[in-house]
Design a binder for this molecule. Structure first.
Ligand code: A3P
Length: 365
C-alpha cells in the first residue's frame, strides 16, 4: 500500500482510543446543557466528577501498589528522591568529603590527650564543639573568620594527618560508631545523643540545605524519612550508632549525655563537660566571667549569629545551619504512620536496654 493510500484509509478509520471513544450515532452525545434530560437510562451520561475508569490506567489501590519497572524494589506510589552520597568502606559519606581523608581518619592513631566529641549527625555536635573550644580558650568565643570544623576538626573530613599535626591537647569531632572510632584508653570521648524523632527532622534540613554534598534540594521530609528509617544516610543507622556508644556509657573515658538534658540544664552540663575534661578546665569555671561568657556565647541565640563559623554556606532559601534548636519539632513533620514506624523501630532496636528512659517524656507511644 502506498503512503497516500494508507493516509487516506487512516483518516477514514481512525485508530480507536478508549480514552476518547468514537461517538456512536445511535446514542447521541449529550451536551452539558442536556445532562439528564431526555437521556437513555441504558446508556448513562458520563459525569465528569466520576470519570470512567480507563483500563490502561487503573485507579491505584494503595493496598496493591503498582510495581514500577524503573525502580526494581520500589513502587510507583513510593517513588522518591534520595540524597546522593559517596561510598567509603561501607559508609555513605557526603559527596564533598574526600574519600582518602575519610579512610585515613578511621586509621588515626588516637593519643592519650585527645578529646573526642562523638555524635550521630544532628545531635548537638557543633554546640559541644563550641563549648570545648571556649573552655580551651579561657571563655573567648570563636571569632568570625575561624571555622569550628578546623579548630575542633571533623576527623573524617580532614583526615588523620591534619589531626596528628595539631597541638595537644586535641579536640576532635567524629560521627563514627564505637567500633570504628580510633581508640586510646587515656583519650576522652564525649558522646551526645538526641532523640531520633528530632534528629531525623534536623538531619532532613541539613541534607536538603547542603546541596553540593547531597544533591537533595527538592527532597521532601517523607523522602528523607524513608532513607533514615532504613539507615541509608550518611554514617549509617541511627540506632546502631547509639547502641554502640550506649554500651560504653559507663566507661571511665566516656561521658554520655543527651541534647535534651543539655537544653534543660545547660550550666550544669557545661560543668559536667569541664569536669570530665579535667580539673584545669573545671577550675576555669570558678571564674564567673569565663563561665558566663561560655554560657552566653554557646546559647542558641548567640550561635545563630555569624554562622559562617560553623559550616560552609548554604543557599539563601534553605534553613540556616543553626536552625531551631527545639525539642519536639518532629510534631510539625511526622504523619501518624511515620510516628508508628519510627516508634516501632525504636522499641525493637533498643529492646533490652534502658535507652527509652533517656527520652521517657518525649517519645510518643
Ligand atoms: P535543629 O536542626 O533541630 O535546629 P549538629 O551540630 O550535630 O549538626 O546538630 C545541629 C542541631 O543542633 C540543630 O538542630 C541546631 O539548631 C542545634 N544547635 C546548634 N547549636 C545549638 C545551641 N547552642 N543550642 C541548642 N541547639 C543547638
Amino acid at each position: 500500500m502506498s503512503y497516500s493510500q494508507f493516509s487516506a484509509l487512516y483518516s477514514r478509520f481512525p485508530i480507536p482510543n478508549s480514552r476518547f471513544p468514537i461517538p456512536d450515532s445511535r446514542f447521541p452525545n449529550p451536551s452539558w446543557e442536556g445532562l439528564g434530560v431526555g437521556s437513555d437510562s441504558r446508556f448513562p451520561i458520563p459525569d465528569s466528577r466520576f470519570p470512567i475508569p480507563d483500563s490502561r490506567f487503573p485507579i491505584p489501590d494503595s493496598r496493591f501498589p503498582i510495581p514500577d519497572s524503573r525502580l526494581p524494589n520500589e513502587t510507583m506510589n513510593q517513588q522518591r528522591q534520595k540524597p546522593h552520597y559517596s561510598m567509603c568502606q561501607g559508609f555513605r559519606i557526603p559527596m564533598g568529603f574526600p574519600v582518602t581523608c575519610f579512610e585515613s581518619g578511621l586509621s588515626y592513631n588516637a593519643q592519650p590527650e585527645d578529646n573526642f566529641i562523638v555524635t550521630y549527625p544532628k545531635c548537638g555536635t557543633t554546640w559541644v564543639q563550641h563549648i570545648v573550644w571556649m573552655l580551651n580558650h579561657d571563655g573567648e568565643p570563636l571569632p568570625v573568620g575561624k571555622d569550628i570544623n578546623l579548630e575542633v576538626p571533623h576527623l573524617e573530613e580532614v583526615g588523620a594527618d591534619f589531626v596528628a599535626a595539631m597541638a595537644s591537647p586535641r579536640f576532635i569531632k567524629t560521627h563514627i560508631s564505637y567500633s570504628f572510632t580510633p581508640y586510646c584508653a587515656d583519650a576522652k570521648y564525649i558522646y551526645i545523643a538526641r532523640n531520633p524523632f528530632d534528629c531525623v527532622v534536623s538531619f532532613y534540613y541539613h541534607t536538603k540545605g547542603f546541596v553540593k554534598h547531597y544533591n537533595f534540594a527538592e527532597g521532601t521530609f517523607n523522602d528523607f524519612f524513608e532513607c533514615f528509617i532504613e539507615g541509608e544516610v550518611d554514617w549509617g543507622d541511627y540506632f546502631e550508632h547509639l547502641l554502640s556508644w550506649y554500651d560504653h556509657r559507663q566507661d571511665d573515658n566516656v561521658l554520655f549525655i543527651t541534647y535534651e538534658a543539655m537544653k534543660a540544664d545547660t550550666p550544669n552540663y557545661i560543668r559536667e563537660i569541664a569536669k570530665f575534661l579535667g580539673s584545669s578546665y573545671l577550675d576555669k569555671l570558678n571564674n564567673a566571667e569565663i563561665f558566663n561568657s561560655i554560657l552566653k556565647h554557646t546559647s542558641f541565640t548567640s550561635m545563630s549569629q555569624d554562622q559562617s563559623r560553623w559550616s560552609s554556606q548554604r543557599p539563601k532559601e534553605m534553613t540556616p545551619f543553626i536552625r531551631k534548636g527545639e525539642i519536639g519539632d518532629w510534631k510539625n513533620h511526622f504523619s501518624d504512620d511515620q510516628i508508628a514506624r519510627l516508634y516501632d523501630k525504636f522499641i525493637k532496636k533498643t529492646a533490652g536496654t534502658d535507652i527509652a528512659m533517656l527520652w521517657a517524656d518525649l517519645i510518643p507511644n
